[in-house]
Design a protein around this ligand. Structure first.
Ligand code: SAH
Length: 385
């Protein structure tokens, strides 16, 4: 059976020809179906077939494209299973499974599966089905994940309240990152339970922190703190606004280190904490705030937030001090983020240099035709002596 067709308006086929996986409603002339999640064939207004995608009727982001070229894809169970298996194969190459069993197994567009995210934490897989098309594929995905040996499957939805256990049930998963033991709670935790996207950055930053007094601002469950302590940081202060994290941070430290560690967790707003902190108290600062904007219209306000935060941190650091600073706002691109840091350094009146760059780990691949997928960026800055 041929797929129902979606016709583009004249002159609106460029992004599809360039394999951009997002098709917006403004480019659509007409569509033969209005069934949520239907696979539709994308045709230029001339009738030429260009791509295939999942339909999201009524949404501005009308269709997410997963296949391109003139030949219609099968879109049967074997087709999707092949995509899932390709994603798993890449992780078996890029993740050292002897030390780490917490990673992103499927990264939406980066795995040619737009709308689908699967994060795994040992025996637990947390699934995000962000489109109607992926919801249609849920039974197939569940079968495949069970076949891969995951005993517990949780569907996490941050929008429509349909979070639920799809198989098993586990209040807290015990898993490993670079040989650290982590406790991850899918139901009550942020994102799918943990910030897997920062793994490589936690690892690559650690050696720089040896012997330093470290402020781990926006700490969440203390991922950066674990790495910093193992690398020999002199002192680590983890600060987060969520008081509920305190006991979890302490349990995780106890599970990973034999004796007491030079670490403390403080509940505070990081803006206030930095404002009240005496200059010179830390010689390395990590700033890993949540996304300050989820929408293009609030980028300017977000930019002010990033500037303020980084300005305060740069003022506090002594000569030779290090600042590891991140932005996970999709709409704050790497060029803008660097301009913000430039402005913060100028206002702080410090001589600052770039000594390193941070990004996603290889388990968060980014489709080269989909720059929007590259949301996490970071820099390692040094205040010069
Ligand atoms: N660095 C962490 C992830 C940080 S996520 C890791 O590697 O796992 C961002 C964290 O910032 C969340 O835990 C959230 O509770 C916290 N947060 C958000 N706004 C805050 C604020 N104004 N002050 C302090 N913490 C804040």
């Amino acid at each position: 059976m041929p797929f129902p067709r979606l016709y583009l308006k004249p002159g609106r086929d460029r992004s599809v020809r360039q394999r951009h996986p997002w098709l917006f409603s403004g480019g659509v002339a007409r569509c033969e179906t209005d069934q949520p999640g239907a696979v539709v064939a994308i045709h230029a207004h001339t009738g030429e077939p260009l791509a295939w995608g999942h339909l999201e009727p009524g949404a501005t982001l009308r269709c997410r494209l997963f296949d391109f070229g003139p030949e219609p894809p099968a879109c049967d169970a074997a087709y999707w299973q092949t995509r899932f298996a390709a994603a798993a194969r890449w992780r078996s190459i890029c993740i050292d499974c002897t030390r780490t069993n917490a990673y992103r197994l499927i990264n939406a567009e980066g795995d040619a599966l737009p709308g689908l995210v699967v994060d795994v934490y040992g025996p637990l897989a947390v699934v995000q089905l962000r489109t109607a098309g992926m919801q249609v594929l849920a039974p197939l995905l569940v079968d495949w994940l069970l076949g891969q040996g995951f005993a517990h499957l949780y569907r996490k939805d941050d929008t429509d309240g349909s979070s639920c256990w799809l198989a098993g049930g586990l209040e807290e998963a015990v898993c490993r990152e670079d040989d650290f033991t982590l406790f991850v709670r899918a139901e009550s935790g942020q994102k799918t339970g943990y910030y897997l996207d920062q793994r490589e950055n936690r690892r690559s930053l650690a050696p720089w922190l040896r012997g330093r007094r470290v402020l781990n601002a926006f700490s969440y469950t203390g991922g950066f703190a674990l790495h910093a302590l193992r690398a020999g940081a002199a002192e680590v202060v983890s600060v987060d606004a969520s008081a509920a994290l305190g006991p979890l941070v302490e349990r995780q430290l106890a599970a990973n280190f034999a004796g007491p560690q030079p670490h403390r967790f403080e509940v505070a707003d990081c803006f206030d904490y930095l404002r009240n902190c005496p200059a010179g108290a830390f010689d390395a600062i990590i700033l890993d705030p949540p996304a300050f904007t989820k929408h293009i219209s609030t980028v300017e306000r977000a930019a002010r937030g990033y500037k303020d935060l980084n300005l305060r941190a740069l003022k506090l650091l002594p000569a030779g001090g290090l600042l590891a600073t991140f932005s996970c706002s999709q709409h704050v691109g790497s060029v803008l983020f660097r301009q913000i840091l430039f402005a913060a350094a100028a206002d702080a009146g410090r001589q600052v240099r770039l000594v390193g760059a941070f990004g996603h780990g290889p388990d968060h691949p980014v489709d080269i035709f989909h720059p929007e997928g590259e949301y996490l960026k970071g820099w390692l800055l040094q205040v010069m002596e």
